[in-house]
Ligand binder design. Sequence first.
Ligand code: HEM
Length: 350
Amino acid sequence: MALSSKFFTLVVLLSLLVFSPLDVAKAQPIAAGLSWSFYARSCPNVESIIRNRLQRVFRDDVGQAAGILRLHFHDCFVQGCDGSVLLDGSASGPSEKSAIPNLTLRPQAFAIINDLSRRVQSECGRVVSCSDIVALAARDAVFLTGGPNYSVPLGRRDSLNFATQNATIDNLVAPTANTTIVLTKLAAKNLNATDAVALSGAHTIGIAHCASFTNRLYPNQDPTMDQTLANNLKTICPSTNTNATTNMDIRTPNVFDNRYFVDLMNRQGLFTSDQDLYTDSRTREIVRSFAVNQTLFFEKFVVAILKMGQLNVLTGNSGEVRGNCSAKNSNNLYISSVVEDEGSMQASQF
Ligand code: HEM
């Protein structure tokens, strides 16, 4: 091989290394107790079990990817990424799941996580936490719909309790929020303006119910909304109490790409919290930069979702690894009666 072509090959390889989204992830700091290779010995195939299964699930219904990505957000923002959103209510009170913002989480998203957990347990025993499964499934939801691939630091443990309904509402962001509220709420979680805009870009996939955006249609139409979009939305939601849904990204609703930001530049964002990112001078330029450069959006999204995915994680001996993602182990009589050694338990014994 001529020297110049060797040099060319080297440059290509180096640039692949430098610009690979996986490496963007691994350059980020990780929370104490998490690791890039947490299950390397205890469950080396966990990532492929999850990815292979989700490939099939999304082939049948791509919308499920959006449901899972949103589940990760709702898990992490309330009490940290600890699987608390997965818990059913108990004698201690109504669950996070039943708080108003969580009522539009897809029931299938919970079922998919439980199914993934069972599949992982049948190969490795009860070693992979439900919160790690959610984080990995969310990554695959992004990647399998066209977004960046990235490594996920692992080792989260599952909570023994869920947050109150008030804490759930306080920690999540309403779609009627303006940019000031969005930035303030995210800053409380150490997420900056770029993170806020990048994370909002998750609305490039999925659907929303009328109740999430009719504040922009009735009684008065939001002047920052494109007229054609407003007309279409009024047909879908003829009144404030319609229970219909619509795609959030009108250009490419099932593809994780940067078109959501193009929507915003064309006044075609769905929620106040979306469209105001382009109206507000603090975030406008960030929106524009992502609309014209998808690679930049992907890079910043990976940085932001890795930060989000490590919020208040439980590690080490805190919490537990749930056998059933919907119930803490002590509430699950079947599991607690057969589990002796958490680390070496084989699910085939169930
Ligand atoms: C700025 C804060 C955010 C607000 C106000 C917000 C609000 C909402 C609302 C109201 C819905 C629709 C619910 C419905 O009517 O059915 C929704 C859907 C969705 N959100 Fe967000 N969200 C925010 C941030 C995020 C983040 C950080 C992510 C993930 C990284 C995310 C991912 C999604 C996805 C994928 C959907 C579609 C879900 C589906 O199709 O089932 N959102 N969001």
